[in-house]
Write a protein that binds this ligand. Structure first.
Ligand code: ZN
Length: 377
């Protein structure tokens, strides 16, 4: 029997797993990849698997200390690179990133940089990156991630080997959640809806009582919206945002434990803890963004269910634990009103991406949905 390999864990992406495995076995891995595909298609998991395969002594066993640390974003030679703002700015690339690329690996033979948003380069930051992207030091590998190929600047995309990821069919995703978290169909569907179809996030959702509490409260708010007054709506938005912060305590607890472990075992001075602390800060910000994203995802999935009911196709309802109330809301408001309400969610998403405060964006969204859904009785 073949030993376990990280590529075996890429559920639903067997073709890509096979391709990446062969490039490792043949020693033909490219120095720059562009993984592109919709959210939830497993790009980041595949990027981490490839990083494991490149750095692990056993070609990516998935269980040695190096592989485990790569999977939890804690390996010093595997960096997740994110834009500091909306785009990568030239200073970030020229003054921080490129000098770092030319440093020797800290622990092993190789270094891997995973760019979370390859579509966030502008012309000048891309220009600063091109030469290094084309001819990196021999030990360095770049994996760029993007949802849409055409949104990546051609100068960047043309220097990478492109690998297309297809969306994971819901039945496959539900199967993974059943296997890994013992989730039933109803639970798994709700977790996927809350997590925008991203399986690792859905797994976290299933394991986090605090995040499930956010969904429960939000669904109550959506149900009651038509009879709430303005003060109720504002209070609900405030409560939801504070509930989103609660799961961050779970993350903070884990981070503090990691920091203590680092200090105990390595006896490192405060200076050398800085990269870890910075990673923790980035992780907290990302988790908070994800939490707010979850409010929007749950709202959208609830409204899409209401739309299905309004159009008389109630068998498509995904939030089956609240099927009756969502169907009632949809039938009462009608398809045109529900479509209007769904538009309010897209608007909220856009506002947040333009740095409007999440609190304000959620308040405006709830008022807009309320206006759309209030039944003309
Ligand atoms: Zn390993």
């Amino acid at each position: 029997m073949k030993p376990h390999c990280v590529f075996d864990d890429l559920v639903g992406q067997e073709r890509i797993a096979g391709f990446l495995r062969r490039t490792i076995e043949d020693g033909t891995a490219a120095h720059a990849y562009l993984f592109f595909g919709p959210p939830g298609s497993g790009k980041k998991s595949a990027a981490k698997a490839l990083a494991c395969a490149l750095l692990c002594d056993d070609g990516g066993c998935g269980s040695c200390p190096a592989c485990r640390r790569i999977k939890s974003d804690a390996h010093p030679d595997v960096r997740i690179v994110e834009p500091e703002g909306v785009t990568y700015i030239v200073e970030q690339v020229r003054d921080q990133f490129i000098p770092d690329v030319w440093l020797k690996p800290i622990e092993g033979e190789r270094k891997v940089y995973i760019f979370d948003r390859a579509d966030a380069f502008n012309d000048s930051s891309a220009n600063a990156f091109l030469k290094t992207l084309e001819e990196p030091p021999p030990a360095v590998y770049f994996i760029l991630l993007a949802t849409v190929y055409d949104k990546v600047l051609p100068t960047i995309a043309s220097r990478c080997q492109a690998v297309r990821f297809a969306a994971l069919p819901p039945s496959v995703a539900i199967g993974v959640l059943a296997e890994k978290a013992g989730a039933g169909r109803e639970e798994a569907t709700a977790a996927l809806a809350a997590s925008g179809g991203v399986v690792p996030r859905a797994l976290e959702f299933l394991r986090s009582p605090a995040r499930r509490a956010v969904r429960e409260r939000l669904i109550g708010v959506l149900r009651d919206l038509p009879v709430m007054d303005a003060a109720d709506v504002l209070a609900a938005a405030r409560e939801l945002l504070s509930l989103v912060k609660a799961p961050l305590d779970e993350v903070k607890g884990r981070q503090e434990a990691e920091l203590r472990e680092r200090v105990e075992f390595l006896g490192k001075t405060a200076g050398s803890l800085k990269p870890l602390e910075e990673r923790h800060k980035r992780e907290l910000n990302a988790k908070e963004r994800e939490g707010v994203g979850e409010i929007l995802n749950v709202t959208e999935s609830w409204l899409r269910d209401a739309l299905a009911a309004a159009e008389g196709i109630a068998e498509l309802i995904g939030n089956s634990d609240v099927a009756d109330e969502v169907a009632e809301a949809g039938r009462c408001a009608g398809p045109v009103a529900v479509t209007e309400a769904i538009r309010a969610v897209s608007e909220a998403r856009k506002r947040i991406s333009y740095n409007v405060s999440p609190q304000l964006a959620v308040e405006v969204m709830l008022f807009d949905i309320q206006e759309a859904l209030t039944c003309p009785r």
